[in-house]
Design a protein around this ligand. Structure first.
Ligand SMILES: Nc1ncnc2c1ncn2[C@@H]1O[C@H](COP(=O)(O)OP(=O)(O)OP(=O)(O)O)[C@@H](O)[C@H]1O
Length: 914
């Protein structure tokens, strides 16, 4: 028992260190919304500074102070040099930037101090005390006390002081902070300084116990990330509690690990943070982001068009070089680069197309490669069959990794994948029983139908096989980019809420991306494993996966050729060969990290992205007549036979009764009843905050609601948004929510294409030119978008963008169309056109239209009936004339003057409505 208590106290001490780290992560998240993946690296760097100081003969207390100040300085520098230029970037981009910092610090420390752990002196008292019968040294208690004290101090500072309030203001409303006379940059810098200090403090406190070593960068970071998530990335006390729980659990597992049951899993404690991360995110996540989620711009995407005139000569030159021209050492460097390019392609799919960041690509792929290797090495399976089974094994792994992505997004998802990579590393790849350790698995020499292509004997053949596979995967990805499935993935990356409103199964699109990218990563990992007769898994660690993210972003993560460009940065690849040859030795990783930072700051679309943009602009200058618009690669055809509004046949009825939505104490929609039939227009009016948008959210499944919503008798409550959309209930959004990464035509295609597994696979293998037909073709005519199909939404005027948002909803061929303030910001002419359009959609198309509008004149003149809301409840439901005269509506919304002025102008009426 006393042993269990002793382990609990030791666990609390390491929990205290995790807590210090977690506090720093929260401080950064509060100020910049970023998850700092370099936090562990700052801690370890401070540890190395302490080691270096001691080695120089500096007294330990001074060295400790310098090390902590180094953390502070690093925090300030990161904010100054990286976060300030990226302040408006997406959280994903910021997370990638912190990965760059991680790589720079890791590579810098490795260059200076090597990879062996370095020992530092104990600077805390080592005398022992007995607590509840358990003997522990005082240093552990001091660590715990420091953590608890700092957590309490931070809690008070961020709640009670002007600095703390200013920090909250930086993340909530930077302009408001400016009016208070505070500089947001200085507040952010102060927070980064605190975070750096906290990281350094934990690194320095840890150093005497474990020594200073590079792997601590993740072993410290992961529990801290888990604890910070436990504290919802905002609560200091909760994060501290989480950290202590993790520390104690890990410590007790180490203690009970001596028992026969746990003896076979010596690394189980290291997996605890990952398990906690999964549980937290799956329990707390949301399948769709909330209304206030702001989508930021992600790196640009290529067209995916496969141009034989470019591909064939490039492949021919590569074959020529590999087979005849290059010396062997260059061939092997080329092989490394080409294999890396395959793994990076898995990230082009996942990050580029689907917008999901994974830090576990090599671990996922490695698992499949391990299956293949063991089947060949131990069970003597033929290679092709073993490869197929290894790749098949990647499918469930992809699903497991993808599942958290269904309920979380952005940088938080990256935390899950980093946790997975670390867990796989400690549970699988570091377990000699599975991988053979440093000896590896005896997979022999690969051969297919008598064709030997092992790298040891036939390096050129191996390189050619890798090249062939890279070209095949690259063409497949290009085809995917132009396919319906690809468009759906991109729509999810651009805007999950909008994608779901058009019937896209967001979870399905994400899972498909994870599965397909896992398969590609597995292919790459198998090629890594089978390079030598003994397949080694010692380097399948999280750092390598981070390296592939680095390569993908530098090359251009939205572009297939970007993978080859990024692959040159592979250790032992072409870039490394060049760097070696010019005498820079092992500087490649450091160069990669610096390049990544420069890329995300100055060139977010990567080498290929910016290169293509320059070629395009040069073409435009030289051949203005021929030049096409930036999105013209997304050209789609319009079915010339289609064009008339689809005949709807039967009358459909949307019946709503007792519909209620509660947000805590606020009842946003309060027992609303109405019916809406095909061909009718129901206007919904009410003051700001009356619950109009929440009504649409509830009808379309974006917020949980009580009551009943039926379409032709079928109950819709409880059905997810994309299903309701497929049943004919289609909404638009106040803020448009167009897919900015897709052309106008592709925006319409996402709405109109129906896809099955067969068409998805078919379009990747043999893509066809997409065609807008049925309702989508009719919408193109109705909305006059024929000339704009190839344009990017960003190139359209504001009025055209509004029209595109409505036409995209109409392209779904809705039974019920729910329009949320479609006239907002339109000029008078466009408003008149919209009025006529809404009537045509009802009368000619037979659509039931629910129209929320603050333009009272418009809504009164176009609607058959009006539903007036106030505080979520219906105040009137009658004809426009009756509602205009309704005393309650006049009091709460219209005002006496405007109601009396039955012929009031748009402007006066709208002013009163605001
Ligand atoms: N996710 C949410 N969590 C908590 N409260 C919410 C949420 N969404 C809306 N509300 C609250 O519900 C009420 C209704 O808001 P809603 O946006 O539906 O009104 P509205 O009539 O559409 O307003 P507006 O005309 O300004 O668009 C408001 O009090 C709002 O603050």
């Amino acid at each position: 028992m006393s042993n269990a208590i002793q382990f609990a106290i030791l666990g609390m001490a390491s929990g205290g260190l995790y807590a210090l780290m977690a506090l720093g992560l929260i401080v950064v998240h509060r100020t910049s919304g970023a998850i700092n993946f370099a936090h562990g690296a700052i801690a370890v760097t401070a540890g190395y500074v302490l080691f270096y100081g001691e080695a120089q003969g500096i007294p330990t207390p001074v060295a400790v102070t310098i090390a902590i100040l180094a953390g502070l300085l690093l925090g300030v520098l990161i904010q100054l040099l990286v976060m300030t230029p990226l302040r408006n970037a997406s959280t994903l981009t910021k997370a990638i930037a912190t990965l760059g910092i991680l790589v720079v610090l890791q590579a810098g420390c490795q260059l200076k101090f090597g990879s062996q752990p370095q020992l530092v002196k104990n600077f805390l008292p080592q005398n022992g005390v007995t607590i509840l019968g358990a003997y522990v040294t005082v240093d552990y208690l001091i660590m715990l006390a420091i953590a608890l004290l700092l957590a309490a101090v931070l809690w008070v500072v961020y709640r009670r002081t002007r600095f703390g309030l200013a920090t909250t203001a930086v993340s909530d409303n930077e302009e408001a902070l400016g009016t208070l006379g505070w500089s947001s940059t200085l507040v952010a810098r102060g927070n980064w300084a605190i975070a750096g200090t906290l990281a350094a403090l934990s690194g320095v406190l840890l150093a005497p116990t474990t020594g200073v070593s590079l792997p601590s960068m993740t072993t410290l970071l992961l529990p801290a990330l888990a604890a910070a998530l436990f504290g919802r990335l905002s609560s200091f006390p909760l994060a501290t509690l989480g950290a202590l729980l993790i520390g104690v659990t890990q410590s007790e597992l180490t203690f009970y690990g001596q028992s026969p049951v746990l003896r076979d899993l010596p690394n189980l404690p290291e997996a605890v943070p990952f398990l906690l991360i999964i549980v937290i995110l799956v329990a707390r996540g949301k399948t769709l982001p909330t209304r206030d989620f702001v989508e930021s711009r992600l790196p640009a995407l290529g067209s995916g068009r496969v141009r034989p005139r470019t591909v064939l000569p490039t492949v021919a030159v590569a074959v020529l070089l590999i087979q005849w021209l290059l010396p062997l050492e260059w061939v092997m460097a080329t092989t490394s680069t080409l294999i890396a390019a395959i793994i990076v392609l898995s990230l082009v799919l996942l990050i580029g197309y689907a917008g999901q960041l994974s830090l576990a690509q090599l671990s996922i792929g490695g698992l499949g490669a391990l299956v293949t290797s063991r089947l060949v090495a131990s069970a003597d399976w033929p290679l092709p069959l073993a490869v197929l089974v290894g790749i098949a094994a990647a499918v469930p792994v992809g699903i497991v990794v993808g599942l958290p992505a269904v309920r979380t997004r952005g940088a938080t998802l990256a935390v899950v994948t980093l946790g997975l990579a670390a867990a796989l590393n400690s549970l699988v790849f570091s377990t000699v029983k599975f991988t053979g350790g440093d000896v590896g698995l005896d997979v022999g020499y690969p051969s297919l139908l008598g064709f030997d292509f092992d790298e040891t004997t036939y390096p050129r053949r191996y390189a050619l096989v890798v090249l062939a596979l890279l070209v095949l995967v690259g063409i497949g990805l290009g085809n995917l980019r132009r396919s319906g499935l690809g468009r759906r993935m991109i729509s999810v990356r651009s805007n999950e809420r909008a994608a779901a409103s058009l019937g896209v199964n967001v979870a399905g699109a994400k899972l498909s991306a994870f599965v397909m990218s896992s398969v590609i990563a597995t292919l790459g990992a198998i090629l890594v494993a089978f390079r030598y007769p003994n397949a080694l898994f010692t380097s399948f660690d999280p750092f390598q996966s981070v390296n592939y993210v680095v390569q993908s972003v530098i090359g251009g993560v939205g572009f297939v050729p970007g993978a080859a460009a990024g692959g040159t940065l592979e250790p032992s690849g072409l870039g490394s060969k060049v760097i070696h040859d010019i005498g820079l030795g092992d500087w490649l990783t450091l160069v990669g990290g610096v390049l990544l930072l420069l890329t995300v700051i100055f060139n977010p679309d990567g080498m290929v992205g910016s290169g293509l943009a320059q070629v395009r602009s040069a073409k435009r200058r030289l051949f203005p007549a021929k030049a096409s618009s930036s999105a013209s690669d997304g050209v789609v055809a319009v079915d010339s036979q289609a064009g008339a509004a689809p005949d709807r046949g039967a009358v459909n009825v949307l019946a709503v009764s007792g519909l209620t939505v509660e947000f805590g104490a606020v009842t946003a929609v309060d027992g609303v009843d109405f019916e809406l039939r095909s061909g009718e227009v129901l206007g919904v009016i009410g003051p700001n905050g009356a619950g109009k948008t929440t009504l649409i959210d509830a009808l379309t499944g974006y917020v949980p609601a009580k009551g009943s919503v039926t379409l032709d008798g079928k109950q819709l409550l409880g059905t997810p948004p994309h299903r309701r959309s497929r049943l004919g209930l289609i909404r638009s959004f106040q803020s448009l929510e167009l897919f900015e990464d897709l052309s106008v035509g592709e925006n319409l295609l996402v709405a109109s294409e129906k896809s099955t597994l067969r068409t998805a696979v078919g379009s990747v293998l043999r893509p066809k030119r997409p065609t807008l037909d049925g309702a989508a073709a009719a919408a193109v005519q109705e909305f006059g978008l024929g000339d704009a199909l190839a344009a990017a939404p960003g190139d359209l005027s504001y009025g055209q963008r509004r029209l595109l948002a409505i036409s995209r909803a109409v392209a779904c061929n809705p039974t019920v169309l729910l329009l949320d303030e479609p006239a907002a910001g339109l000029d008078d002419g466009d408003r008149q056109a919209l009025k006529a359009l809404v009537r045509r959609l009802a009368e000619n198309w037979g659509i039931a239209v629910l129209l929320i509008e603050h333009d009272v004149d418009l809504v009164m003149s176009v609607s058959d009936r009006i539903l007036a809301l106030n505080f979520g409840a219906v105040t009137a439901h009658a004809s426009p004339d009756e509602v205009r005269r309704h005393p309650e509506v006049i009091r709460s919304y219209l005002g006496e003057d405007d109601a009396a002025a039955s012929t009031g102008t748009d402007e006066t009426l709208e002013r009163s409505a605001q």
